[in-house]
Write a protein that binds this ligand. Structure first.
Ligand code: G6P
Length: 608
C-alpha cells in the first residue's frame, strides 16, 4: 500500500525517484520522503502530505547523487506527520531505510536495541529496522540487512542505502511486493513496476525471503539463508500510456470508459462458439479434475469479494455446483472444510492483498487447489496459485475499482460456462451464452455513450448525505458494490440491500430526503422489485431505477430511469453496474472530492 522506489546508476537520482513515487502515490498518500547518497553522506527530506509538498521542499537543493531511495506512505504505525514519514535512519544517520509492511515484534526489538544504547525519534516500526541494520553492520550492507531481517517477525518490502556503500541499494521482501528493474548502466527497485516502466521493461520479481544487492552495473539475488538465486529477466507488457490518464480528468473515469476494451481482452481467445464453451488452459486442470469439482470456494476482499458473490449466483445457477464466498480476512482464521473436489478461487486485482494471500496459503496448506483471478501479471497471488485466469484489464490506478470488477465478472462467467458445459448445460444454451457474452462490450459502450444523462441525475442528487441501493438475485451484489463505491469516493453514507429486505429495517429511513437506487431489469423478480418501488414511493422516497430498454411502465413509478440493453440474466451485472459507476463518479466530482485518491484508502492493502 505504501510505495517504494530505489535508483542507482549514472543519472541524477532525485528526479527519477520523485517521478517513480508519483506513479505509486495512488497506493498510499499521507506522507512522502527521499534519501540520497550525496557528497559522502546520506541526506534526506521527508514530510507529511502529498508528493508535491516534497517536491517543493527539495526544489532549491542542488542534488547530484546518482543513488537513492524514496517512499510514499499510508500510515500503519504512528500518525502521518513529518517525523513518521519514510525514509528512516539509524541513530547515527548512516543507514536509511524505506519500508512497506509491519514489523510485528517491533516492541521486543525496540527493547533489545534500547538495551544496546539506541534511542528512537519516531513512533514507527520501520525506524527499528534502520537501527537493527546499523547494529548488525560490519562493513557489508547486504550482510547487515540479512542478519537484521533474520530477527524480524512480520512483513516487509525494503530498500536500504548506507553512507559507507556509495552506489549500492539493498532490497528485500517478505509479504510485500518488490521488483528489480534492469537498465543500461542503471538499475531500479520498486514496489510496483509502474514506478519504473518509464525507464525499463526488463524486471525480476523478488520472492519472499529474498534479498538483492543492486548496483549501477547489475544485481544479485540471494535468500535469507544466504543461498544465491539465479533469475531470468521478465519483459513487462504494459505500456506507460496505459497507466497515464490519456485526456480524462481522472483515472477512474478513464478506467470506466476502458471497460469495452477490457472486457474484450478478458474474453480474447477464450471463447469457443462451435462447442459453446470456454477454453481456460491457465487453470492447469485436466478434464477429470474439472469433472470432479463438487464445491467451489471463492475468497477475496472489497470489490473483488463482490465480484465473487456474483460468481456464486452464476456458477450455482448455470453449472449447478455449490459455491461459498467468504471474506479472505475471515477465511484465513477459520477451519474451512476442504475436500478432494473443492476448488478455491482467490480474486484479487492487485494480486498482493495481504488477507487474500493469507487465505490462499491457508487453503493450499489444507490441500485445496488454489486458483487465481488476478490482474497484475507476476503478482504474488498469481505466482503462488496452482493456476488461474488473468483478467487482462490493464493497469488500474484509480483507488475505486471499476474495470477490474467487470473484468473479474467476465472471467467468472467464462469459468461458469466451462463448468456448466461439462455438466448440465446443452450445446445450444452454451452457444447462446457465448453469443450474449460477445455482445457485452458493445452494450457497455452504448451505456457509456449516455453518460451525460447520468451526469444530470448526479447534479440533482449530489447534496444528499444518504443513499440506499437495492437489487435482487444477481443484482444484489451490484447494490453492495455501488454503495461501497459511493462511500469510498464521495464520503456519502450508502447501504446496499436485497430489495425485499428493505421492509425489515431500511424502510424506516425512507422519506423525501432518501434517494433509493433500484436495479430493476426485466428478469424473474421484476414484478417483486416493482412492488418494492411502490413501497418506496408510498413513503415519498425518490427512486432512480436501472431498467431494461423498452420498459415504459417503470417510468410511471420511478423519478428517474436509466436504461440498459436487454441481456442474459446471469450477465446483467456487467451492464447494471456501468450507470452506477458513472453516477458515483459524477457525484464525487461535483462534491469536489479527490476521486482517484480518496482519503484513508489504499489501492492495494498489503497489511493485515
Ligand atoms: C482495497 C481497494 C479495493 C479493492 C480491495 C481488494 O481495499 O481499495 O478497491 O477491492 O483492496 O484488492 P484486490 O487487489 O485484492 O482486488
Amino acid at each position: 500500500m505504501c510505495g517504494i522506489v530505489g535508483y542507482v546508476g549514472n543519472k541524477p537520482a532525485a528526479p527519477i525517484l520523485i517521478e517513480g513515487i508519483k506513479k505509486l502515490e495512488y497506493r498510499g498518500y499521507d506522507s512522502a520522503g527521499i534519501a540520497l547518497h550525496e557528497g559522502g553522506e546520506v541526506v534526506f527530506q521527508k514530510n507529511a502530505g502529498k508528493i508535491k509538498v516534497l517536491e517543493e521542499n527539495i526544489a532549491n537543493r542542488k542534488f547530484t547523487a546518482t543513488c537513492g531511495i524514496a517512499h510514499t506512505r499510508w500510515a500503519t504505525h504512528g500518525e502521518p506527520n513529518d517525523t513518521n514519514a519514510h525514509p528512516h535512519t539509524d541513530e547515527s544517520g548512516k543507514i536509511a531505510v524505506v519500508h512497506n509492511g509491519i514489523i510485528e515484534n517491533y516492541r521486543a526489538l525496540k527493547q533489545f536495541l534500547e538495551g544496546r544504547g539506541y534511542s528512537f525519534r519516531t513512533e514507527t516500526d520501520s525506524e527499528i529496522l534502520a537501527n537493527l541494520i546499523a547494529d548488525n553492520y560490519d562493513g557489508d550492507l547486504l550482510e547487515a540487512v540479512r542478519k537484521a531481517l533474520i530477527q524480524v517477525d512480520g512483513t516487509y518490502g525494503i530498500a536500504v542505502i548506507c553512507k559507507d556503500s556509495p552506489g549500492e541499494v539493498v532490497a528485500a521482501r517478505l509479504g510485500s511486493p518488490l521488483v528489480i528493474g534492469s537498465g543500461e548502466g542503471e538499475n531500479f527497485v520498486a514496489s510496483d513496476v509502474s514506478a519504473i516502466l518509464n525507464h525499463t521493461k526488463q524486471v525480476v520479481y523478488l520472492n519472499d525471503r529474498e534479498l538483492a544487492r543492486v548496483t549501477a552495473n547489475g544485481f544479485s539475488v540471494s535468500t535469507l539463508d544466504n543461498i544465491e538465486v539465479t533469475r531470468e529477466l521478465q519483459e513487462i507488457e504494459w505500456s506507460l500510456d496505459e497507466i497515464e490518464k490519456g485526456g480524462f480528468d481522472h483515472f477512474m473515469l478513464k478506467e470506466i470508459f476502458e471497460q469495452p476494451i477490457a472486457l474484450k481482452n478478458a474474453m480474447r481467445g477464450r471463447l469457443n462458439y462451435e462447442e459453446g464453451t470456454a477454453r481456460l488452459n491457465g487453470l492447469q486442470l485436466q478434464i477429470d479434475e474439472l469433472l470432479n469439482v463438487d464445491r467451489v470456494i471463492i475468497t477475496a476482499c472489497g470489490t473483488s469479494w463482490h465480484a465473487g458473490l456474483i460468481g456464486e449466483y452464476m456458477i450455482e445457477d448455470l453449472a449447478g455446483v455449490p459455491v461459498e464466498v467468504e471474506y479472505a480476512s475471515e477465511f484465513r482464521y477459520r477451519s474451512p472444510i476442504i475436500n478432494d473436489g473443492t476448488l478455491v478461487f482467490v480474486i484479487s486485482q492487485s494480486g498482493e492483498t495481504a488477507d487474500t494471500l493469507a487465505a490462499l496459503r491457508e487453503a493450499q496448506r489444507k490441500g485445496a487447489t488454489g486458483l487465481g483471478i488476478c490482474n497484475v501479471v507476476g503478482s504474488t497471488i498469481a505466482r503462488e496459485t496452482h493456476g488461474g485466469i488473468y483478467i487482462h484489464a490493464g493497469p488500474e490506478i484509480g483507488v475505486a475499482s471499476t474495470k477490474a470488477f467487470t473484468s473479474q465478472i467476465m472471467v467468472l462467467s467464462l469459468i461458469t460456462l466451462l463448468l456448466a458445459r461439462m455438466r448440465r448445460m446443452s450445446l445450444e444454451k452454451g452457444r447462446q451464452v457465448v453469443d450474449a457474452m460477445m455482445r457485452i462490450p458493445d452494450q457497455v459502450q452504448a451505456i457509456l455513450d449516455s453518460s451525460s444523462e447520468i451526469k444530470k441525475i448526479a447534479e440533482l442528487y449530489m447534496d444528499h448525505d444518504n443513499f440506499l441501493y437495492l437489487g435482487r438475485g444477481i443484482n444484489f451484489p451490484v447494490a453492495l458494490e455501488r454503495a461501497l463505491k459511493l462511500k469510498e469516493i464521495s464520503y456519502i453514507h450508502a447501504e446496499g440491500y436485497p430489495a425485499a429486505e428493505m421492509k425489515h429495517g431500511p424502510i424506516a429511513l425512507i422519506d423525501e430526503n432518501m434517494p433509493v437506487v433500484v436495479i430493476a431489469p426485466k428478469d424473474q423478480v421484476y414484478d417483486k422489485v416493482i412492488s418494492n418501488i411502490q413501497e418506496i414511493k408510498a413513503r415519498n422516497g425518490r427512486v432512480i431505477a436501472i431498467a431494461t430498454e423498452g420498459d415504459e411502465d417503470i417510468r410511471r413509478l420511478a423519478d428517474h430511469v436509466i436504461y440498459i440493453p436487454k441481456v442474459l440474466y446471469q450477465l446483467t451485472p456487467l451492464l447494471s453496474i456501468i450507470p452506477l459507476q458513472l453516477l458515483a463518479y459524477y457525484i464525487a466530482v461535483l462534491r469536489g472530492k479527490d476521486v482517484d485518491q480518496p482519503r484513508n484508502l489504499a489501492k492495494s492493502v498489503t497489511v493485515e
